[in-house]
Design a protein around this ligand. Structure first.
Ligand SMILES: NC(=O)c1ccc[n+]([C@@H]2O[C@H](COP(=O)([O-])OP(=O)(O)OC[C@H]3O[C@@H](n4cnc5c(N)ncnc54)[C@H](OP(=O)(O)O)[C@@H]3O)[C@@H](O)[C@H]2O)c1
Length: 279
């Protein structure tokens, strides 16, 4: 097993390119023990970036993550998100305090605006900067922002924007047209969400042939694709132990030029600008 490669944040800090998502976790008390176990196994295997949000299970995901990282906080690069309806100046600050409590921690490593909000981005960014100055968050960023919205973030003095979390996988390659180049030119990484297309790529027939050649699974090839670039952090969600182990092993897969050509043929890259897709 090789080390998981790292991605550089604009601050120079390095974070693992492969982390763990937690949407749909923390919803059921029956599944909680398995979810906590899965996240802890992921930490053991080096997937130390954990992504959650106040929206997930209405705070239940953050509470479950709090349990999973108890006693291990310093190993984790912890990401959470403010719900856009809460993203006024004061609302952002209050939402962050609630998230910290549920997560049983004194700081977030990265705090994201979950998607563009009706509140002025300048107010949200000001609150982010105040939270940063107070030591409650270490970095801030956005999610589901397209190029024009990223320009708006820069306009309000948001050069510190540390990441943009967007939908990215083999069947959702639209961002390769202009958002990924924008992010690259500004030195701001993308966090790829739903990298296995919520499980659908795990059964994709066109990934099967490449997977067999690597003694891997289609889901692993889908993840390996998102790990090709040096400015993408990918955050699959997995509760099944086998999935957690597979996902970690995907970081060791080296796709060949022929594999990449086959993937491009099966899942063509975009030729024109489209709407930023969201799930
Ligand atoms: N910012 C946003 O707006 C936004 C939106 C969506 C998602 N996200 C974040 O991104 C994370 C990942 O996205 P996602 O949860 O939507 O979808 P995903 O990670 O693409 O897929 C998760 C699903 O795939 C299954 N799976 C995981 N690894 C697998 C493997 N190796 N083989 C077969 N199946 C596998 C999981 O099953 P099991 O759980 O049963 O193992 C689960 O059903 C979320 O959890 C969340 O943290 C952010």
């Amino acid at each position: 097993m090789t080390d998981i490669k790292q991605v550089r944040l604009p601050s120079g800090e390095m974070v693992p390119a492969l982390g763990q998502g937690t949407w749909k976790m923390g919803e059921s008390p029956k599944r909680r023990a398995d979810e906590v176990k899965a996240l802890r196994l992921g930490l053991d295997l080096g997937m130390t970036l954990i992504d959650t949000a106040e929206m997930y299970a209405d705070g239940g995901s953050e509470e479950m993550v709090g349990e999973a990282i108890a006693g291990r906080r310093d190993e984790v690069f912890l990401v959470s998100k403010v719900w856009p309806g809460n993203a006024s100046g004061q609302g952002t600050t209050a939402a962050c305090e609630r998230s910290l409590k549920r997560l049983r921690t004194d700081r977030l490593d990265l705090y994201l605006l979950h998607w563009p909000s009706r509140h002025p981005i300048a107010d949200t960014v000001r609150a982010f900067e105040e939270l940063k100055a107070a030591g409650k968050i270490r970095h801030w960023g956005v999610s589901n922002f397209d190029v024009a919205e990223m320009d708006d973030v820069l306009d309000v003095g948001g050069k510190a924007v540390a990441a943009n979390q967007v939908l990215y996988n083999l069947t959702r390659r639209g961002i390769e047209f202009d958002l990924l180049p924008w992010q690259k030119s500004h030195g701001t990484p993308i966090m790829a969400y739903s990298p296995v297309e919520q499980g659908r790529l795990a059964h994709h027939p066109q990934l099967q042939r490449i997977a067999v050649a690597h003694k891997a699974t289609p889901a692993q090839i889908a993840l390996a694709f998102t790990l090709l670039r040096d400015d993408v952090i990918t955050i699959p969600k997995a509760t099944a132990e086998a999935h957690v182990r597979e996902n970690r092993a995907a970081a060791d897969i080296v796709l060949s030029g022929a594999d990449i050509a086959a993937l491009d043929a099966a899942f063509p890259p975009p030729k024109r600008k489209g709407e930023l897709e969201m799930i």
